[in-house]
Design a protein around this ligand. Structure first.
Ligand code: GDP
Ligand code: IMO
Ligand code: MG
Length: 428
């Protein structure tokens, strides 16, 4: 039995889709455990770039069973479109399993996400406006609708009626938006139910039985450690737990079944949306990261904010997630720089040096990066397939990241394609 959890180390978009697709063939199940279609995971399939928002990135392999866990929030309209997109590529989605307990993103959640962001104005979180926060809020308030509610029209109607009593008031009286009708929503969602019903299943026993019988399960995180609602840069976070513990809560599998935790980190760092970002660049180097790394959001198309690798963040992520392995992606993008910087500590407003992520929000906002410089390699490394094929400077860079994180770098990605990868240590 082997459960392997994959988590983002930074603020998302670290290349989780690519690494999941790379490793998926060794696993029997690939499971998403939190988040919704705020995620955008890129995989290259037969030369075509596919962007997955809800379906796990293991879907390309016919022998792998993809699953969406109870910790996720699902917009059924988006999921159905994604299924259609995959089928159009001749990728079968018949095997897809969806937990009965995953929550539904309702149309009013999307309205509320947009309205709340508009109200915050310059203080906006910069959400993806996909209804994620409001859906998780209703889950916590016990007003949410779940996948299992799609299976019974009268229960669904009853629950929508209860949810709309309060929600319609909020839409109309607070935000001046149109209210929803129970009949319209029920009619719309019963159409989705017809398509999704064959996939809805009690997932936790399936995964536990699989692990108990010696099968391998891969838990594909979305977002990243610093977007975690408990451990991230609150309030500039998402509304779920992308950290490793979330894999257990979000699938109903105990922590004793997790053998390895793989953290994915870019060889530099990016962020979409608002919030603190100590190594953010506003100069020509920042532009180089955007241009060479094609740093535009997969879900919203927004230009990402970019900066040098922050080793303080990786060390924090190693602790919060109990990382056993690291994958460093986009190392090829650093080929553009003659000198490479690594943030090894922060200096606070009083000039005091910190080697850990400050616990206090405003201290993190004011953290100034302290850099160490390394010589770049300035040659194309996209063809390297072994560690030894990398230029000495690139090997030294990886060795330094390992040392600073205290975690072995088991995988290095040198390009977006599946084969543009160096595997130094196997995961199972
Ligand atoms: P995710 O959300 O963590 O799955 O990451 P995204 O898919 O949103 O963003 C990562 C982007 O980097 C995608 O466009 C990938 O195709 C691309 N990518 C992944 N690994 C590498 C790499 O090693 N080198 C380069 N140049 N691109 C990469
Ligand atoms: P993947 O899985 C990068 C960010 C948003 C915003 C904050 C809250 O592709 O790495 P939300 O819509 O979740 O309420 O927005 O979180 N965010 C992401 N940033 N990658 C993602 O997913 C993200 N999902 C959410 O930009 O700052
Ligand atoms: Mg992404």
């Amino acid at each position: 039995m082997a459960g392997v959890v994959l988590v983002g180390v930074q603020w998302g978009d670290e290349g989780k889709g690519k690494i999941t697709d790379l490793l998926a063939s060794q696993f029997d199940y690939v499971v998403r455990f939190q988040g919704g279609n705020n995620a955008g995971h890129t995989v290259i399939y037969k030369g075509t770039k596919l962007q997955l928002h809800l379906v796990p990135s293991g879907i390309m392999y016919p022998q792998v069973i993809p699953a969406i866990g109870n910790g996720c929030v699902i917009d059924p309209e988006v999921l159905i479109k994604e299924i259609e997109m995959l089928n159009a590529q001749d990728i079968s989605t018949d095997r897809l399993l969806i937990s009965t307990n995953a929550h539904l993103i309702m149309p009013y959640h999307k309205d509320l996400d947009g309205a709340s962001e508009r109200r915050l104005g310059t203080n906006e979180i910069g959400t993806t406006r996909r209804g994620i926060g409001p859906a998780y809020r209703d889950k916590a308030a016990r007003l949410g609708l779940r996948m299992q509610d799609l299976l019974d029209r009268s229960i669904f109607r009853e629950k929508v009626t209860a949810a709309l009593v309060e929600t319609n008031d909020v839409l109309e009286k607070i935000y001046g938006l149109d209210p929803y009708s129970v009949d319209d929503i029920t009619a719309e969602f019963m159409e989705y139910a017809k398509i999704l019903e064959p996939h809805i299943i009690e997932l936790s026993p399936v995964l536990n039985d699989a692990l108990d019988s010696g099968k391998n399960v891969f838990f594909e995180g979305a977002q990243g450690t610093l977007l975690d609602i408990d451990h991230g840069t609150y309030p500039f976070v998402t509304s779920s737990n992308p950290t490793a513990g979330g894999a257990c809560v979000g699938t109903g599998v105990g922590p004793t079944k997790v053998a390895r935790v793989l953290g994915i980190s870019k060889a530099y760092i990016t962020r979409v949306g608002s919030g603190p970002f100590p190594t953010e660049l506003f100069d020509a180097d920042g532009d180089t990261f955007i241009d060479v790394g094609h740093e535009y959001g997969t879900t919203t198309g927004r230009k990402r904010r970019a900066g040098w690798y922050d080793a303080v963040i990786t060390k924090y992520a190693a602790q919060i997630n109990g990382l056993t392995d690291l994958a460093i992606t986009k190392l090829d993008v650093l080929s553009a720089f003659p000198t490479i910087k690594i943030c090894v500590a922060y200096e606070d407003a009083r000039g005091v040096r910190h080697t850990t992520v400050p616990g206090h929000q405003s201290a993190f906002h004011h953290a100034k990066p302290i850099y160490e410089e390394m010589k770049g390699w300035n040659v194309d490394i996209t063809g390297a397939r072994t560690f030894e094929e990398l230029p000495q400077e690139a090997q030294d860079y990886i060795a330094r990241l390992e040392e600073l994180a205290g975690v072995p770098v088991s995988i290095i990605a040198v390009g977006p394609d599946r084969e543009q990868t160096i595997i130094r240590r196997s995961l199972i």
